[in-house]
Design a protein around this ligand. Structure first.
Ligand code: IPE
Ligand code: IPE
Ligand code: MG
Length: 256
């Protein structure tokens, strides 16, 4: 018989999708959905950290989102600047280290300055990590890592290990769980390399409606899965019996 995975995810990747449809269903402009989505992010980050999850990587703006109407792109950039300005001190107080991944070259100067400020302010925090992906694409990430790995090698050789050392999230464990809200079942060019063995969780809930209860449902689903990483069940169960139970399991297991 297989056993459930007793651990909480250490690292959650989050595709916060459905803001536009949330707004449309209420007869509101798309930007109202993005504003409401920011409030949801603040709330969910508090819950995530409350459950002792070390690291969250959120998709805020993809390299393909530049294809949206100019006005929406510009409102999103403004919202990112204002959101960071307003909320980074709270994250700092909660001992969260904030980092950004993605290509900064095309972003407005004001946003880049705010990103740098947030990183510098929180760089010595040790509580948990928040990585925010802005103008990020998984293909861009793999390409830049391959180029950097080739440059670092005297013969220009690249292999999976050297490439992975130059990826955006090289210092973090790969995400254990990916949550995508908004009903689409795709990765939309998020962390393509790093999600190789991540457990995927899709929900139809639009991001602004995503609540702590929805988060708990995702964590319960994760806890029930068996992660095999190419191994066979017997070997995993054998190893697991020798490990202490992860601290958060009773929180997730109860009330399922
Ligand atoms: C996600 O919500 C936010 C961003 C991509 C910035 P969407 O804006 O994609 O919302 P839908 O998918 O159109 O509902
Ligand atoms: C993915 O959502 C990007 C973010 C949430 C930032 P999209 O709404 O851009 O994805 P597609 O276009 O539906 O694949
Ligand atoms: Mg979308």
């Amino acid at each position: 018989m297989t056993k459930p995975n007793p651990a909480l995810p250490r690292h959650i990747a989050l595709i916060m999708d459905g803001n536009g449809r949330w707004a449309r269903s209420r007869g509101l402009p798309r930007n109202a959905g993005h504003q409401s989505g920011l409030k949801t992010l603040r709330k969910i980050l508090r819950s995530v950290h409350h459950y002792g999850i070390d690291c969250v990587t959120v998709f805020a703006f993809s390299s393909e989102n530049w294809r949206r109407p100019e006005q929406e792109v510009s409102l999103l950039m403004d919202l990112l600047v204002r959101g960071l300005r307003k909320h980074v001190s709270e994250l700092h107080q909660r001992n969260v280290r904030v980092r950004f991944i993605g290509n900064r070259a095309r972003l407005p100067n004001e946003l880049v300055a705010q990103m740098q400020h947030s990183e510098e302010l929180t760089c010595n925090n040790t509580g948990s990590c928040l990585n925010v992906a802005i103008d990020y694409g998984g293909q861009w990430d793999v390409a830049q890592a391959a180029a950097a790995a080739a440059k670092a090698d005297p013969h220009g050789h690249v292999d999976a290990e050297s490439l992975s050392r130059h990826l955006s999230l090289a210092e973090f464990p790969d995400p254990d769980l990916l949550i995508r809200t908004g009903g689409e079942k795709r990765l939309s060019n998020f962390l393509l390399w790093q999600l190789a063995y991540t457990e995927l969780y899709f929900t139809d809930v639009f991001w602004p409606d995503f609540s702590e209860q929805h988060l708990l449902a995702a964590l319960r689903s994760y806890a029930e899965r068996e992660r095999r990483f190419g191994q066979v069940t017997e070997v995993i169960c054998d190893g697991r019996d020798k490990q202490p139970e992860a601290s958060g399991f009773s929180v997730i297991g109860s009330g399922a």
